[in-house]
Design a protein around this ligand. Structure first.
Ligand SMILES: Nc1nc2c(c(=O)[nH]1)N[C@H]1C(S)=C(S)[C@@H](COP(=O)(O)OP(=O)(O)OC[C@H]3O[C@@H](n4cnc5c(N)ncnc54)[C@H](O)[C@@H]3O)O[C@H]1N2
Ligand code: MOO
Length: 416
């Protein structure tokens, strides 16, 4: 049966929002967890609340290099009338005081060193004569001046980081500061990538007549990895329905989402329709009312969503962002993956009509978005995407859009 023409399975010609909705019905949240080294935690999502076992800092400490003493001893100290204190010991960072500071006494103290009992302030050494056994103090200091309290950063028992937090270098520092070298995180999303097309040649191999190098497999795998997603399957499959059906079956065992490119249109060798049917996939939709990537197919195979993107590299790139990112958000509950829509002012016009909704590549900076010249927007062209960091969303029925007009963009950059 030619599943392309019947339209009996799944919806045809859906809006982008409808396509996303249909896919999300088949995306389940990833609940499996694993231990992860704090050194490798970037982009991982905490699976448990993290509590502080102890106080941070674990003791009252000096924030200055100088002298710890009693504030009441130096109330009237000035350069004209220095107060002289007996220096009873030297306390370095990493050591522990051996005696209390009494009236008329001080301890030489370094930044980060524990404040000895009896002392209630620390004086900058620049406000003294740097005395070793007896120090002249030239300035007063209030009680608890230059004094860091135990637990002032984090108190023991506090929930410092909440489950669901996306970890960055900042959390890595906080976790390490709590003495943790490993944390429990959700496992990474797994996405499989299959590229179809007999014309495809592996980069590095000589190019035969009629062949082209495979770019889709590479940019998809690299993008997935930069989004923190594992790619357990990444392979080219010849234009054989049976081979693709087998590859799909294998991929959906290993991944939370299967992404394919090519073979989704109406040509004789557009094998994805038949391959999906042979594998036992159920079609959710075919054709999205957008350009590029209009002929995209959404299906579900053994409970795993399959997104079959167009072979045209820019079509595949744009639709990957628009369809897969919401799926990743739904699998993790992490808004990091959500397409980020913003407003921007177009700095160069796009003087071509857009009967259907269109996504253009662009570079967004300081509230303005620059787009390449019209002829560089074809869905088979990838090179003009270099340096671009967003997709410009042009509504269906737009005749032309002039420089200076406000547009909606989907920000593809990874910074928040
Ligand atoms: N008669 C019609 N022809 C086409 C229609 C149509 O409605 N009627 N739609 C066009 C549109 S729009 C698109 S988009 C493409 C979709 O094509 P497929 O998804 O079936 O993709 P292919 O034919 O396999 O490839 C399209 C193009 O991209 C190149 N390609 C494929 N894979 C890769 C890869 N991994 N790396 C780099 N380049 C790749 C391929 O060689 C083709 O040039 O159909 C239109 N046709
Ligand atoms: O829908 Mo296609 O990717 O424009 O050429």
């Amino acid at each position: 049966m030619d599943t392309r023409k019947t339209g009996s399975e799944g919806e045809e010609r859906v809006t982008l929002e409808r396509a996303v909705r249909l896919l999300l019905d088949h995306c389940s949240i990833i609940a499996e967890t694993e231990r992860c080294s704090v050194l490798d935690c970037t982009g991982r999502i905490l699976a448990d609340d993290v509590y502080a076992k102890g106080d941070q800092p674990p003791f009252d400490r000096s924030p200055v290099d100088g002298y710890a003493c009693r504030s009441c001893d130096i109330t009237d100290a000035s350069s004209e009338n220095p107060v002289y204190l007996e220096v009873v010991e030297e306390i370095d960072a990493g050591s522990w005081p051996t005696r209390a500071v009494g009236s008329g006494q001080a301890a030489r103290i370094m930044t980060g060193a524990p404040i000895p009992a009896g002392a209630d302030c620390c004086i900058y050494q620049e406000k003294t004569d740097y005395g070793e056994t007896c120090v002249a103090v030239f300035q007063g200091c209030q009680q608890h001046g230059n004094y860091c309290f135990r637990g002032e950063d984090i108190q023991a028992g506090t929930a410092v980081l909440k489950r669901g937090t996306r970890l960055t270098y900042v959390e890595a520092g906080i976790l390490a500061g709590l003495g943790l070298c490993e944390v429990t995180v959700y496992r990474k999303i797994r996405a499989a990538v299959l590229a179809s097309g007999d014309e495809l040649t592996e980069p590095g191999q000589p190019l035969q007549p009629g062949k082209i190098y495979d770019s889709n497999l590479y940019f998809l795998a690299v993008r997935l990895r930069e989004l923190g997603i594992e790619v357990p399957v990444c392979r080219r499959v010849p234009d054989s329905e049976a081979e693709m059906a087998e590859a799909l079956g294998d991929a959906c065992q290993k991944a939370d989402l299967v992404i394919t490119t090519g073979g989704v249109s109406v040509g004789k060798r557009d094998i994805m329709h038949q391959a999906l049917a042979m594998a036992g996939a159920r079609r959710l939709f075919w054709k999205i009312l957008i350009k590029p990537g209009m002929p995209t197919i959404g299906s579900v195979l053994n409970g795993t969503p399959v997104i079959s993107l167009s072979g045209n590299p820019f079509g595949a790139l744009a639709d990957f962002e628009l369809l897969c990112r919401p799926a990743f958000e739904s699998m993790t509950g992490d808004s990091f993956y959500a397409p980020r829509m913003r407003n921007a002012i177009l700095s160069r016009g796009f003087l071509k009509s857009s009967p259907s909704r269109r996504f253009l590549r662009g570079r967004f900076e300081n509230g303005e978005v620059w787009i390449p010249e019209v002829k560089k927007h074809a869905s088979g062209i990838l090179s003009s995407m270099a340096g671009c960091n967003c997709l410009v969303d042009i509504s269906a029925g737009t005749e032309r859009i002039e420089a200076g007009e406000s547009v909606t963009i989907c920000d593809l950059s990874l910074d928040r």
